[in-house]
Design a protein around this ligand. Structure first.
Ligand SMILES: *Cc1c(COP(=O)(O)O)cnc(C)c1O
Length: 359
């Protein structure tokens, strides 16, 4: 008897699928430091704006604005570009998929570094593209590849899960080394000192992706933004779902963008906790990769093993991210939480390592 599965495309049958970080059930008492969400709620203006729509329920009968025009206008004003240079997506994950659907024919190459965002190979395979994985470093230096046949290059900057930023000089060079489109995935740029937006006017083969899931505390709302030349955005707009952002997401995201002061305050808090956690872990022997994001990648001193510390933390109700990948298995990626959460993490870590408090 047939199960129907034999009709599934070979690429899909053979792939493993993306494995997202663990999302505990609502109400479970864990300290969640495993998927780089904001430890702080979104701006109160977001809740107000969404409540206003909910209070006017006849509005929900209607389809939302297919162009997400108001949201894009605000995004363009903040980025200092024209509204025609902005696309809104159902999370930046949708924008990645739109980019693949727009540019990649069956068998064409999509390149990216390893380690970087583990969704890239999954989406590339679904599209039927050919994955080209490149090492981040060569001879101890950042690799600056020259690629003639990659149609798309996904560059995560700041890098996840390591946390460092590529400079704009590097990005400029990379764009000119490519015979294709450079997609700069800036999911964490709000925590960084530099970003690629100033290059938008200069580079025609550049697409910049942002998300409201991290710095704006809105991972639930699913809103991402893409920036590029008006000519490229016009093509991408044809490929997305016509109503890809629901009304609540459009209204909430716009309110979040309009409250830049709240963004600055929350980012400052996260950055100061990041620096504090980094220095405490360094004091007890960890190697801490310098971070321009809302997480840090840390390697415990010998004889401690990252996998064992991960398991010990989980037992104590603290979720961090452990990757079994040979390039990353020596460390842990820890999202920055509130001050209290960081204190709990530090205490638990010292207990696991049997380091007495010296104070
Ligand atoms: C979190 C993350 C995304 C996904 O963002 P969404 O807008 O939630 O889909 C994309 N790229 C990187 C590098 C990320 O860390």
């Amino acid at each position: 008897m047939s199960s129907g599965v034999e009709y599934v495309r070979r690429e899909v049958r053979q792939m493993a699928g993306y494995s997202p970080g663990h999302q505990p059930l609502p109400g479970s008492k864990v300290i969640k430091l495993n998927t780089n969400e904001s430890p702080l709620p979104p701006s109160p203006a977001v809740v107000q704006a969404i409540s206003k729509v909910l209070a006017d329920s006849p509005l929900l009968r209607r389809y939302p604005d297919p162009q997400s025009m108001e949201l894009r206008r605000v995004a363009a004003a903040i980025a200092g570009c024209r509204v025609e240079q902005v696309i809104a997506g159902n999370g930046s994950d949708e924008l990645l998929r739109i980019l693949l659907d727009t540019f990649i024919e069956e068998g064409e190459k999509v390149a990216f570094f390893s380690p970087s965002y583990s969704l890239y190979p999954v989406l590339t395979k679904i599209r039927g593209g050919a994955v080209q994985v490149l090492p981040l470093f060569q001879d101890g230096l950042l690799y600056q590849p020259r690629l003639d046949d990659a149609k798309l290059f996904f560059l995560t900057t700041p890098n996840a899960p390591l946390g460092f930023s590529f400079t704009n000089d590097y990005i400029r060079q990379m764009a000119s080394n490519l015979n294709g489109i450079l997609v700069v995935d800036e999911a964490y740029a709000d925590f960084a000192q530099e970003n690629a937006l100033p290059l938008l006017a200069e580079l025609e083969n550049l697409v910049i992706l942002r998300t409201l899931s991290k710095s704006y505390g809105l991972a639930s709302l699913r809103v991402g933004l893409g920036f590029a030349s008006a000519a490229l955005i016009e093509q991408l707009e044809k490929v997305r779902d016509s109503y890809n952002l629901d009304r609540l997401a459009q209204v909430g995201a716009r309110a979040a963008l309009e409250d830049q002061e709240y963004l600055r305050e929350t980012v400052a808090l996260v950055v100061s906790e990041r620096e504090r956690l980094a220095s405490v872990l360094q004091e007890i022997g960890f190697t801490v990769a310098p971070s321009q994001t809302n997480f840090i990648f840390v390697t415990p001193p010998s004889p401690y093993k990252a996998a064992e510390l991960y398991a010990g933390l989980e037992k104590a109700g603290i979720l961090v991210r452990y990757f079994s990948d040979p390039q990353l298995f020596h460390g842990l990626r820890i999202s920055i939480g509130t001050r209290d959460e960081m204190d709990q993490l530090i205490m638990t870590m010292k207990n696991l390592m049997q380091i007495g408090d010296l104070k």
